[in-house]
Design a protein around this ligand. Structure first.
Ligand code: AN7
Length: 355
């Protein structure tokens, strides 16, 4: 086994996944992402926090969705489907489009009109998916996709498909494998709430198998204008700069609440201002460029630290869910760096350096 080439999360974690009968997998060698120690960001948050970043933006399509998508598309193929379909704020569609291409299948994606990051739209288009922009938000799109896939022979690959959750739980396995133990706290953004459900499932399964001796507290963070779980009611018009988590009625709401309560954690909301601040801090203090939604938990940890939440030394792992390159518009808009245009001379450059 040791000298076998890496072939993605299904091959690696097969004994924890419902895949016994699959003749073939559709994989792009997803998983095995870095767990990067982040000392400067730790210091910025709290002297009690030792922070590790699970860089899920290094998956094949640039987000954590690939772990679930290798499962969902393999499963769809195993069931004889030729078409997969999803609603998406962008990353699910990018991933579905890539895995459908890899599997020789057709992919249809419904996206909220004019509201997904440019890189993600580019991905779905370049992989040959049929991209349908609906005049509504993510929640409207998911409602439609659920109905269409119920009536027609099309596989639904949103995280309401339980095999998606099974694939995504492998990120929790990798964290425990690398640390040799579960962290004290795991923090992540919450949108449709599939990933928080998946991590909690993964940590519990490893604990049950005796691979870890403890369970982490799960801390989930939503954006202030899209925080239905924190506010306790669906939101008709969710708003946040973090377009990936602009979701007003999460499909996995109940299991997110269970993850929070069973783990002794919390789900809180943070402002867009804090999200952008953390986005720039990660990029500038650690050299890590993740998309805005990914920094919601960093903003949340900083906010909790200010409220005195951390009183003891703790190991904290954070999922950075998607790659910063997916959303160049937000990067340019908020980076506070002026592009100077100067004559092409040494003197002009020296002058702009302030010598
Ligand atoms: C970067 O792509 O829902 O709570 O349609 O892209 O599991 O939904 C994306 C979600 C966090 C939230 N970070 O995860 C979609 C979609 C990024 C994301 C989330 C998403 P869930």
């Amino acid at each position: 086994m040791d000298n076998m080439a890496y072939n993605g999360i299904i091959q690696k974690y097969r004994r924890f996944l419902p895949v016994e009968d699959y003749a073939e997998f559709v994989s792009l060698d997803e998983g095995q992402t870095p767990l990067l120690k982040a000392p400067a960001l730790s210091r910025w948050i709290s002297p009690h926090v030792t922070l590790y970043l699970k860089i899920e933006g290094q998956n094949p399509s640039g987000s954590f969705k690939d772990r679930g998508m290798t499962m969902a598309v393999s499963h769809a193929k195993f069931q004889g489907h030729e078409i997969v379909m999803c609603a998406s704020t962008g990353n699910t569609s990018a991933s579905a489009a890539a895995y459908a291409a890899r599997g020789g299948m057709k992919c249809v994606v419904l996206i909220p009109d004019g509201n997904i990051a440019l890189g993600k739209l580019a991905q779905a288009l370049v992989h040959g998916a049929q991209v349908i922009s609906i005049q509504g938000n993510f929640d409207d799109a998911l409602t439609i996709v659920r109905e269409v896939t119920m009536k027609y022979p099309i596989a639904l690959v949103n995280s309401v498909n339980p095999v998606r959750i099974d694939g995504q739980k492998t990120a929790a396995f990798e964290i425990v494998d690398e640390l040799g133990e579960a962290p004290d706290i795991h923090a992540l953004p919450v949108g449709n709430a599939g990933n928080i459900t998946a991590y909690w499932k993964g940590f519990k399964e490893y604990f049950a198998a005796g691979i870890s001796t403890k369970l982490p507290r799960i801390l989930g963070f939503q954006a202030e204008g899209a925080a239905p779980i924190v506010d306790g009611a669906p939101i008709a018009n969710p708003k946040t700069v973090a377009s990936a988590i602009r979701i007003g009625n999460p499909a996995s709401w109940q299991s997110a609440v269970s993850a929070r309560d069973e783990s002794g954690g919390l789900i809180a909301k943070v402002s867009d201002t804090r999200i952008i601040q953390s986005y720039l801090q990660a990029a500038r203090l650690e050299g890590v460029f993740a998309e805005p939604a990914s920094l919601t938990p960093i903003a949340g940890l900083k906010m909790l630290a200010e409220q005195g939440y951390f009183q003891q030394p703790v190991t904290v792992t954070v999922t950075l869910t998607g790659n910063g390159l997916k959303d160049p518009g937000t990067a340019v808009e908020y980076s506070n760096s002026e592009l100077q245009s100067i004559p092409p001379t040494v003197d002009a450059v020296i002058q702009s350096l302030g010598y």
